[in-house]
Design a protein around this ligand. Structure first.
Ligand SMILES: Cc1cc2nc3c(=O)[nH]c(=O)nc-3n(C[C@H](O)[C@H](O)[C@H](O)COP(=O)(O)O)c2cc1C
Length: 190
């Protein structure tokens, strides 16, 4: 696939089914993530793959997290939360590992980990793998973080849901960049 076409046409694929990406496809996605711009080459990221029945364990962890933060969670919300990881055959968790660095502040490390997440989406799309980047409150719960083995200096950048698209991919509309860009300093045209 042409690189520019990939950049312009990548879309999120929220409705996913089996099969999960192959080991080779996943490897390409991770290699793409590791090629992300990274000030100081400190590699401020790591990844967890959660597939098969382990997704059920992740759902239970999400429920634990929900109950620890939302005392009045009703049964509908609990069941919805439990089923979240089942929305794709594979969940890839992107984790930012923020360390003290004399030249690279924390926000730059987080941005690099975000670039890694984007690279995963792009490499998925290029290989015909459906992918969507999700966060929500389950990316912010300390109980979920500790259940996934995150330490204090780590945070979840996103859950990348990966699988085979159920529907044909939508064609994203053209968005005019003009309102988002200006020349500086501004020049008077008359
Ligand atoms: C940091 C981040 C977190 C996101 N979290 C969610 C989420 O929890 N749920 C969701 O439906 N979309 C979430 N999105 C947005 C989707 O991944 C997607 O980009 C958006 O729906 C637009 O679709 P598109 O990627 O096809 O343009 C998130 C995106 C980013 C960058």
């Amino acid at each position: 696939m042409d690189a520019i076409e990939l950049l312009l046409k990548r879309v999120s694929v929220p409705r996913l089914q089996e099969p999960a990406p192959t080991a080779e496809q996943l490897d390409v996605m991770l290699c793409a993530a590791l090629r992300s711009p990274d000030h100081g080459q400190i590699r401020p990221w790591r990844f967890l793959t959660i597939g098969g029945d382990d997704r059920q364990a992740l759902g239970e962890l999400f429920v634990k997290g929900l109950l620890s933060t939302t005392a009045d969670a009703n049964s509908e919300l609990i069941e919805k939360t439990r089923a979240m990881p089942l929305r794709a055959p594979l969940v890839l968790v992107v984790i930012a590992r923020i360390t003290e660095h004399p030249k690279v502040p924390a926000h730059e490390q987080l941005l690099a980990a975000g670039c890694a997440a984007h690279a995963i989406l792009l490499a998925a799309h290029a290989q015909g793998v459906g992918a969507v980047w999700r966060t929500g409150n389950v990316a912010e719960m300390s109980l979920v973080n500790s259940g996934l083995g995150l330490s204090d200096h780590e945070q979840i950048v996103g859950y990348m849901y990966l699988g085979t698209p159920i529907n044909s991919l939508r064609n994203p509309p053209y968005v005019d960049p003009a309102p988002f860009v200006a020349q500086w300093p501004s020049r008077n045209l008359d």
